[in-house]
Each structure stands twice: as structure tokens, then as C-alpha cells.
Design a protein. Sequence first.
Length: 368
Amino acid sequence: MANIRLKNLCKTYNGGGMDAVHNVNLEIRDKEFLILVGPSGCGKSTTLRMIAGLESISSGEIWINDRLVNDVPAKDRNIAMVFQNYALYPHMNVYENMAFGLKLRSYPKAEVKKRVYEAAEILGITRYLERRPRELSGGERQRVALGRAIVRKPVVFLFDEPLSNLDAKMRVQMRTEIHKLRMRLQTTFIYVTHDQTEAMTMGDRIVVMDKGVILQCADPMTVYDQPVNKFVASFIGSPPINFMQGRITRRERKYFFDEGKFQVKLIDGMYPKIAPYEGRDVIMGVRSEDIYDKLFASEASPENTVRATCEVVEPLGSEVFLYLNSGKHNFIARVGAHDRPDVNRDMDLVFDMSKVHFFDSKTEETII
């Protein structure tokens, strides 16, 4: 098995004019499932390709176990990569695609057959071994791509947005398959995605990247509940977190967030960190599930109650999204399936102030 260390890893393009990856330091533990997540162009795929040896590094070090692999060719790193576009040979059948890498390495025929059939059995594609890629669905082709990686028995699996070409239902199914595969193989997985749902549901840890820099690395719920800045808070979560600009005020030894159209009281435990911001503008972030219809939270304090207009009601079966307008900000509440307020009517809402986040309006770093 393998652990991987990245030390001050950088990738610069255009003769030093643009850093695609800047000073990345990261340790990936043996048998860990690590997710690199971020928007397009954030450097996550470039980082993955440098680990694989498919992209040269500009500076820094990559260690696999106790071996520095900066100058080790990709074929000698004992790493297998699964690509977004499957990268299958159209003129070969499934068996030949899965066996191709082993044949290049001059494995005995019996060993090649054994490994291919073992991988096909794990992935449930034994009956497809004689078919060509064009005769398979997207999900089946992705299983073949996984199988081609499995037969090599690598110390590390790398996944570069492997599910992005699949429909929504198939993505859910393949997420489950990759989970099962990970548990069965017990090896190190590094997975790149721009889909925060994949990141939240699959990884032991999430690495959030933007503009070539790691912003936060932690387990999924820590990233969700304790984002280090506004970008991380906005990127992780569906629907995205609601942001509202306002000012911190104090009245009768209590601190309030004054949005302009409403005021909500901060909980006492926030006072030490928020006190330096008295009289200053801040950004409040509140997730949709932390906003309640006052009809179903009758014991809530009036100091946490907000009046807003419900502009759209969007039923989703087990839950309902309410699209609301305070007169200054638009925001979304995620409520129970039974909650269907009238459209274009004012309603009272309650903010769970123990769950809100505050960000510095200039640096966008987390205050609370």
C-alpha cells in the first residue's frame, strides 16, 4: 500500500507567468480516500496528473512511501489512473482493453487471464468481455476503465472526474460501486471532482482548492460545518449557503446582525469573536436547512425571527425549497414536505443562530 506526500508542489505555465498549482503541501495516508474538489481551473487535475507522472512539476517534491518520484516515469510509479472519457481502445474488446497494460509489461498469459477475470467478477462485467466499447453503456464503459486499473494491482488509484459523463442515476450507482471497490481493495484512492455531492459522500477527507491553492483540508462534515472562508462555505453544500451583507450592532449588551430590513440576535457564545466588528460590515452565511417556517417553530425567539416574501415554492418530494426575498437579499430555505406557504405572501421565518457563519467583508475569512 502507499502513503503520498506533496511538498511545496508547484506547476507554472507560460514561462513563469501563471501558477496552475502553487505551494501545495499535503499528506495522503495509506488506504485513505482523498477528494480534491474545486471549480474548473483550480489546479486539482493538474495536481493529480503530477502525482501520476503525466505532468512535469515546476518545483517541489512528490514522495510515494519513502521514495522521491519526481523523475520516475509514470509507468514505474505503480499507480493506475481512471479518466473522465474512459480512454478505451475502440478496436479492442473488453478483455483486450483490460489486458493491454499487462501484456505491455510481458505478464504470462495465464496471469493476465486470471487478473482480468478476477477484476471482471468484482465489477460484474464478465458477460461483456467479448464486446467492443461501442456496444456498452456509459456506466459499463466506466466499469471497464475501472477494471483496467484494477488488474494492475497498483498501490494508488487516481480518478480524474470519472463520473462526469454519466447521467444522474448512473452517477449515484457508480458512486456506490466505487465505495464497494475501495472497501474490497483496501488501497489508497485520490479522486478529483468538481461535484461537491461526490466530495461529501465519498471522501475520508476533502481538499478544497481554488486558483491553484489548498484552502481547506478536513473530513467532509468539518468542511461543511466549519468552513475557513466564504469561498469554501459557498462551494460545499447544495443548495449553496445563503449570504447576506449587514452590520454588527450592539444594544443593551446584546449583539445583533442588522441586514437593513431585519435584525437577528447573535448567541452569547459568539460575543468574544464578534465584539471587534461592532459597527462594521460583515457577511452572514446561513444554510437553507437552518431556516424554519415560524409556523413549525412556534417557541422560537422573536429576536431570531425574520419577515420575508415567499416568491417560489419548489416541491422536491421529501422536502420543499422556498425562494424568499427580505426586500434586500434573496435566500433559500429547505423545509419539510408538508410546508407549502402561499406564493407572493409575507411569512415569518426563524434563523438557527447557533448554526450561522460570519465572514470578514474584506478578507472573506471566517470570523465565527
